[in-house]
Design a protein around this ligand. Structure first.
Ligand code: AMP
Length: 323
């Protein structure tokens, strides 16, 4: 029975868009006003993959872990139909570790530790079967690794999306500028957009980022939603107001995974369709923050996503006659 399911999955995959995801697969230790975790599953590629698994796409993760990384975590990704052939295991190395503490408002956090470990010498290898992927999602890690993934693509992707963070602006700004020149969409949070451009106004910051290369700029504003910019066009989506936010870790990556997954599935890379992708990204991110780490995303059903999309629509719809 299992064999038949695997065979059917292989056939179905031939009709799906391919999405290659590069990013960290990590151990995270998180402190929020609600509690504290030991090392749990985290990483940009993990959150992106889990979010993208809600769309009918053939997704593959490219990353690296150490010999200390539990097989159960890798199985968890495979069970979500995320191909992990491109996840290298360095037997005598240690997995990337990140630790953060959130402030009471849950919108800002301090990084307590970033231990690159196996990431320090990582040479990504995109599996042959994914070198012609339609969509490339360059998740958060060293910009030279992001560039290497782009260079391995044998046919020009339809869309390249990049996510990054202040850590790489602090230690690899020139490399980051080089890769930003080559992408279509950047997803970045408000603080990071300000750091990258030196501009306080997000409208001006988005314009400056356009000038660096990307035609589309998404600025994530945590619980205040997300902005999408393209030339002189702008779109804003709020975040779904939630009763309880437990742990925001991974919300930005989850947003990016939903955004990329939706666009890969629909194969429509227009500004109009990107608005829907922003809504899907925001909806998925609203689940991510409800539990610690990946816990909520691992058990999330498509029916729950659908229901929340309906809530989202109601939240943002109004009917005013304008003369
Ligand atoms: P987010 O909350 O969306 O910014 O993402 C948090 C995730 O990013 C965590 O699971 C971390 O493992 C991962 N992360 C933290 N710092 C870095 C970094 N410098 N490079 C790559 N991934 C990171």
């Amino acid at each position: 029975m299992k064999l038949i399911a695997v065979y059917l999955q292989q056939i179905l995959k031939r009709f799906m868009s391919k999405l290659v995801i590069v990013g960290t697969v990590a151990f995270d230790a998180i402190e929020t006003p609600f509690g504290k975790t030991d090392k749990i599953l985290g990483g940009a590629a993990t959150f992106i993959g889990l979010a993208a698994s809600h769309f009918n796409v053939d997704a593959a993760a490219v990353s690296v872990v150490g010999g200390d990384f539990p097989q159960d975590y890798l199985d968890l990704l495979s069970n979500k139909n995320i191909n992990i052939d491109g996840v290298e295991i360095v037997k005598d190395g240690k997995t990337f570790f990140w630790s953060g503490r959130y402030h009471n408002d849950m919108n800002s956090r301090d990084t307590l530790a970033t231990e690159l470990n196996v990431l320090a010498d990582f040479n990504p290898v995109v599996p042959d079967a994914y070198k012609d992927s339609e969509v490339v999602m360059l998740g958060n890690l060293h910009p030279m690794v992001q560039m290497s993934v782009l260079e391995q693509m044998t046919s020009k992707p339809k869309l390249v999306i990049l996510d990054t963070m202040n850590f790489w602006m602090d230690c690899a700004l020139e490399d980051l500028h080089n890769v930003i020149k080559k992408i279509d969409v950047i997803t970045i949070n408000d603080e990071e957009a300000r750091q990258l451009t030196g501009e306080y106004s997000l409208v001006v910051a988005a314009r400056k980022i356009h000038e660096m290369g990307p035609k589309y700029v998404v600025i994530k504003k945590g619980e205040h939603g997300a902005l999408l910019f393209h030339d002189d066009h702008m779109f804003y989506a709020p975040a779904l107001p939630l009763e309880e936010v437990f742990d925001p870790t991974g919300a930005g990556d989850t947003f990016a995974g939903g955004f990329a997954g939706y666009l890969a599935k629909t194969e429509d890379y227009s500004f109009e369709n990107m608005k829907n992708a922003v809504i899907y990204g925001s909806t998925l991110a609203s689940f991510c923050v409800e539990k610690f780490g990946t816990e909520r995303m691992v058990n999330l059903e498509n029916s729950e996503v659908h229901k929340r999309m309906q809530q989202f629509k109601q939240l943002t719809q109004f009917n005013i006659e304008l003369s």
